[in-house]
Design a binder for this molecule. Sequence first.
Ligand code: SF4
Length: 608
Amino acid sequence: MLSVKNDISTLIISICSEYGNDKTRLLDILRKVQDSFGYIPDESFAIIAREVSSYRVEVQSVASFYSFITKEKKGKFTIKLCNDIIDQFLGVAKIAKIFEDELGIKFGETTPDEIFSLEYVACIGMSDQSPAAIINDLIFTKLSSDQAREIISGLKQTHDLSQIAHHLGDGNNAHPLIKSMVNNQIRKTGEVVLGKYHKSAALNNVISLSPAEVIREIKASRLRGRGGAGFPTGMKWEFARNAPGDRKTIICNADEGEPGTFKDRVILTERADMVFEGMTIGAYAVGAETGILYLRAEYSYLKNYLEAVLTSRREANLLGNDIIGKKGFNFDIRIQMGAGSYVCGEETSLISSCEGFRGDPKNRPPFPAQKGYLGTPTSVNNVETFCCVVQIINRGPAWFASIGTKGSPGTKLLSVCGDCSTPGIYEVPFGITIEELLKFSGAADTQAVQVGGPSGFLIAPAEFKRKVCYDDLVTGGSIMIFNKTRSILEIVEYFVDFFIDESCGYCTPCRVGNVLLKDKLKKIMNGFGEKGDIEYLQKLGNNIQTSSRCGLGQTSPRPILSSIDGFRSEYEKLLKVRKDGFAPSFDINAALGLSEKIIGRKSVIFEE
Ligand code: SF4
C-alpha cells in the first residue's frame, strides 16, 4: 500500500489512463485506487472525476453504493467475518468475540496501529463451511476458536497472510493461482454440469450450425435460466439476436449473493472453461462480440485463475478474432469485479454496475435484450445456464429434455447448508423432493427448510414432499436446513434485516415497508404482539410485493409470508391477549424508566 502523502495525483491519473479514462470503467478504477491505498482517499474523487469527464459527486455516489469500497482508512488486514444466519447458528458469535478480545477493538473499528480492521459481511458464499471469513482476499473456512487466535497471533508476528494460510482445499482450490483453503464439497455429481466435459467439443460443433440453428437447439431442450427466474434461454437469445443493433453483449451473472448459495463458486473453480465455452456459444447465437463475466467481490480469490483460463483460451483461438477459423466469429470476455452489493444480482442492476454506475435497477421496458449494456441488446445468463448450453450442444436437446421433469428439464446444482451432516453441492435432476434432499444430506430433526435463500420460501415438514422445480419450489440453488432447536422468528428476522440492508432505497414500499415489517415482527418477538399484528404483516407484505420496483422488493416479504403460512403457531404463541381487552403494544416498565429515574420514584403499574 502507498502512503497518502505520496503523489496521489500521479498514481490516480495512471490508474484512470490504464482504463482508457473511460467513465464506464469507474468501478474498476475505484477498486484499483482502493487496492493501492487500502481505501479511497478524499482527494481521489475530484481527480478521477476530471480524468473520466464526470463529476466529483457522481464518483462519490458510485463509491458510496458498494459495501466493499470505503472512504475510511482501514487496517492493513481487514477481517470480514460472515454473519449470515447459518454462520450465526454455527457459532460465529464465539469467533467474533475472540477476534475482538485478541485485538482489543469492536467490529466496525480499526486498531490504533492501523494493522487490523474488523467488519461483518452478509454472506461470502461459504455457508457449507461456516464459520468463515475473508481477510483481504484470502478465505478462511470452518473457523475454530484456536484458529481464530492463531490467525491473529500469526498476523501480528509475520504481517504476512501467506504465512498463515495452511492447508489448501480440494480440486482447483489448490491451483497455484487460487491457493485457497476452500473445499468444493461436491456430494453428488449429475450428468450435466459436473459430469464428463470435453473441452471445446461443443464449440467445434456449433460453428457447423447457423446461429438460428443453435437457438433452435437450445429452445428444443427447453432450457430455463438457472438463476431462479427460469426464463427460457433460447427465447432470451432469440430476442437479443433479433433486436436491432450491430453491437451485442453476452453477460455471465456470477454475482451469486443470495445467502446460502455457493454453487457458482464451485462451478467457476472446477468448470471455468465450460462457462466460458457456453458464453462463446451464446455469443455466436446472439451475434455478440463483447462478453463480460460479472464476478462477485467475495470471489475475488478466483480472479487470477479465471484470467489465466481466458488467456489460454485466447492463445488457443477459442476467443478473439475468427474463433477456431470461423471467419467473422469474433468474441472476447472481460471480467468485471463486483464490489459488494446484493441487488447487483438483478440483471438491470448488474448492467448498471458494468457500465460504471451505482447498481441501481433500471425500469423495464426496455428489457436488456432490447437495450442493455451501453445500449446494446444484451443477454444476461447464469453461470450454470452456460454449462447446460455446452452439454445440450454436445449431447443433443432430446437427451437434456429427458432429464428432470416436463416443465423443468435438466439437472440443478443445489447448495445445501445448515443443520445436516453433509452440507455441500448436490447436482440432482429437477423434481427431487425436499424429503429426498434431507435424506441425502444427513439432516435429522428438521423443523424448516428455506428454499431459494432470503427471497425464497420457508417451508414446514408438511410440505417436505414438494419438488424442487419451476412448477413448485423454485430456487437459484440455496437450500438452508434448520433443525428443531432453531427459532423460526429469529430466522425470519435475519432475512428481513438482510433486505433492509440491501435495499437500494429507490422506492418507498421496499425502503420503508421492510422496516415496518421488522418493527412489527420485533414487537411480536418482544411479547407485545396484538391480535391484528399477523394480519398487518400479511397485508403490508402483499403490498410490498406488488408495489416494489424490482425483484428485491417484490420478493423481500416472502420469508414473513411463507413462515406465517407454515408456522403460524410460532407467531400466535407470542401474542398477548388480556382479559380486560387492553392491548399491551409496548413495554410500559421500560418506557417509564427514564422518568422514574428523573423524578426518583417508582410508578405503580396494575397488571392484569
Ligand atoms: Fe431498490 Fe428495493 Fe425498489 Fe428494488 S425494490 S428498486 S432494491 S428500493
